[in-house]
Every structure is written in structure tokens, then in C-alpha cells.
Design a protein around this ligand. Structure first.
Ligand code: HEM
Length: 269
């Protein structure tokens, strides 16, 4: 960018580096007035989408670090991911200061829009092993969202990267798991659990890595729980704007671990 009068390059400023003018123009309430609480609702969702972007960036990095056998850096990056997840869960506290009537004041303006349509949330689910083709097909052909989801659908999950890493660390990960079809759900494996129990008893470094994956799994479950509670207190049993049964649908997603083997071994230790 240059100064139009002199042609000299413009000095970089905070505003230009971070595109602040563009950023501040992106909050566009739809309610008349507009209703006071709609700005909060928009800002929170936009901040979530930025954290989702950063989470995907960091999860991809962990997969790369595991492929390079860089255990400590992978652990360090997982710690960053967990810290972001805590902030993301904590943001629900802010939105819970909005009462049912305050939300009601602009809810109709959301039409059929819903967090259900967040492709980045689905991308996070995909990379963590929760893949389904219906989530891809909801997005128009050739859209950024559909292309991103299609690519992640065929990519190995974080769990696959971890299994291959463990195998290179000398653990007898069953061949069937190393060759598994990465688009299918992650299922519990008693053979792998036997390997993991031995690992927990003898190998502190890799047991710590496993614990960080459990933290991530628990963190995602915590977000789901806090989200459904926020939904229950804000709209009760009303259906969602995205067309689902609302809280009843969301409750069905609770308590499902991402990495079932890491939970199963707890009772064997
Ligand atoms: C007043 C606040 C909120 C209410 C009442 C609410 C309500 C709902 C409802 C009812 C659903 C089910 C789908 C549907 O039929 O619409 C849903 C899904 C979802 N919402 Fe929210 N939501 C709120 C805030 C948020 C925030 C701040 C986020 C952050 C991005 C978010 C992200 C999501 C996601 C990712 C789903 C899909 C979950 C899944 O399919 O497992 N929601 N929400």
C-alpha cells in the first residue's frame, strides 16, 4: 500500500496490520433499533469462529508434529489448544447474561441461521474423528465450506496420527488400526487398550501425551454440556432455528467420547 500523494509506501500501523476498519464493519445487527443484545450475540459467534480457525490451525500442527515424532512440541501445542478451549467454554458465561426475553427480542431475525451450520465446528469434529457425509452435503457445491469439509473427510484424524506415532515409538498398535479407513468412526479396541495400559505403567512421556488427548476430549464434551445448558435456559424446549428439536437434539450429542480407548483403560489401571 502507498501514500497516494507521494507514492511512498505507507507505514504499517496497528489498524492496517489487523484490518481493524474491515473487522469493525462486520457486525451487522438485523433487528430494528437495533435490539441492544444482538451485538453481543454477533460478537460472541464471530469470536468463536476465529477461535475455531485457530484451533484447526493448531490441531493440524499437532498432527504434523506427531508425524515428525516431535513429542514435546506436540504436547506443548496440545496445551495451547486446551487453553483456547477453556476460553471458548468460558465465553458461554458471557452469553448466559442474556435473558430469554432479551434473546427473544431479535431471535426471529435469525430466520433459519444456526450454529448447526458452522462448517468450522464440523471441521473440528471431522479432524477429531466425528465425520459424516450429511454435514458436507448441507453446503452448496463449490463453496469454501464444502471443499474444506470434503478435504478433511478424507484426511487422517488426530487419532490416526497418534496411532502411527505410537507404532513408531515401538508399541504394538494392531495393524488393522494402522490401516483403518479414516472416514469411519473411531471404535474401541481391546487390543489397543492392552497396549495403552502397558504404556501408562512404563512410559511417562507418552502417558502425558495421552492425558493431553483426554483433556481435549473432555474439553469438547464440556463445551457441548455448557452449550446445551445455555440453550435450555435461553429457549427451554423450543425447536432450534436450524430446524432440530433444540435441546433434545443437543442432549443426544453429550457423553460420547472422541477417543474411547483412552477412557476404557481407566478401569484397568
Ligand atoms: C443464545 C445462545 C444460543 C442458543 C439459544 C443456541 C441454540 C442452538 C440450538 C437449538 C442448536 C441445535 C440446532 C438447531 O436446531 O438450531 C444449536 C446448535 C449449535 N450451536 Fe448453538 N446456540 C446458542 C449459542 C451458540 C454459540 C455462541 C455458538 C458458538 C459458535 C453455538 C454453536 C453451535 C453449534 C456448533 C451447534 C451444532 C452442535 C451439534 O450439532 O452438535 N451456539 N444451537
Amino acid at each position: 500500500m502507498s501514500d497516494s500523494s507521494t507514492g511512498a509506501p505507507k507505514a504499517l500501523t496497528y489498524g492496517r496490520y489487523l484490518c481493524i476498519d474491515e473487522l469493525l464493519a462486520l457486525q451487522r445487527p438485523r433487528s430494528e433499533g437495533p435490539e441492544h443484545d444482538e451485538l453481543l450475540f454477533i460478537v460472541i459467534h464471530q469470536v468463536y469462529e476465529l477461535w475455531f480457525k485457530e484451533l484447526l490451525h493448531e490441531i493440524d500442527f499437532v498432527r504434523q508434529l506427531l508425524a515428525e515424532d516431535a513429542t514435546h512440541r506436540a504436547q506443548h501445542t496440545l496445551k495451547r489448544i486446551l487453553t483456547i478451549l477453556k476460553v471458548a467454554v468460558g465465553q458461554i458465561d458471557i452469553l448466559e447474561t442474556m435473558t430469554p426475553l432479551e434473546f427473544q427480542s431479535f431471535r426471529a431475525r435469525l430466520e433459519a441461521a444456526s450454529g448447526f451450520q458452522s462448517d468450522q465446528f464440523r471441521q473440528i469434529e471431522f479432524v477429531l474423528g466425528l465425520k459424516n457425509t450429511a454435514a458436507i452435503e448441507r453446503f452448496p457445491e463449490d463453496s469454501r465450506a464444502r471443499q474444506a469439509l470434503q478435504q478433511r473427510y478424507h484426511e487422517p484424524t488426530l487419532w490416526d496420527s497418534f496411532l502411527h506415532y505410537l507404532s513408531r515409538e515401538g508399541y504394538a498398535v494392531p495393524d488393522a488400526l494402522l490401516a483403518r479407513e479414516v472416514t469411519t468412526p473411531i471404535e474401541a479396541s481391546p487390543d489397543l487398550q492392552r497396549v495403552l495400559v502397558e504404556l501408562y505403567r512404563r512410559d511417562t512421556k507418552n502417558a502425558e501425551l495421552c492425558e493431553r488427548l483426554v483433556d481435549l476430549d473432555e474439553g469438547m464434551q464440556e463445551w457441548r454440556y455448557r452449550h446445551v445448558k445455555m440453550v435450555e435456559r435461553t429457549i427451554g424446549v423450543k425447536p432450534g432455528t436450524g430446524g432440530s428439536a433444540g435441546a433434545a437434539y443437543l442432549r443426544g450429542t453429550l457423553g460420547q467420547p472422541l477417543f474411547p480407548d483412552l477412557w476404557a483403560i481407566r478401569s484397568q489401571l
